[in-house]
Write a protein of this length. Structure first.
Length: 123
């Protein structure tokens, strides 16, 4: 396996772990009406990051890769938004995990934005 393939595999694993971590984190949020809505939204966006990155890697063309990676960037940024909302509304008591997930969402957004930028110049 070459460096590019290893990077892709590591990123697939990282985004999948992020999705799993989001789901597990949501299981411990406060039980309120607002938390149920936020939980639904963040699980959708957090798991979409992994699913769409996987789809991007299987893209049949550069245009298809670019289209999917654009979705990944949007979903990663949306997940970061929901995590910020959880923080600002005190829906979680697990501040350490919340901050770790915020940091990971931010890093994934940056990585995918760079991939998007690179892909747009090679289309």
């Amino acid at each position: 396996m070459n460096d590019k393939e290893m990077f892709i595999t590591e990123l697939k694993n990282r985004t999948k772990k992020f999705a799993v971590d989001i789901i597990l984190f949501c299981d411990n949020l406060k039980q309120t009406k607002a938390a149920s809505v936020v939980t639904y939204q963040i699980i959708k966006s957090g798991t979409s990051v992994a699913a769409n990155y996987r789809a991007a890697c299987r893209g049949r063309s550069k245009a298809e890769f670019y289209s999917k990676i654009c979705i990944v960037v949007e979903e990663a940024d949306e997940t970061e938004f929901w995590l910020e909302l959880i923080s600002e509304t005190n829906l979680s008591k697990n501040i350490v995990e919340l901050n770790r997930l915020l940091s990971e969402a931010n890093e994934i957004t940056k990585i995918m934005s760079k991939a998007k930028s690179t892909a747009s110049t090679t289309k």
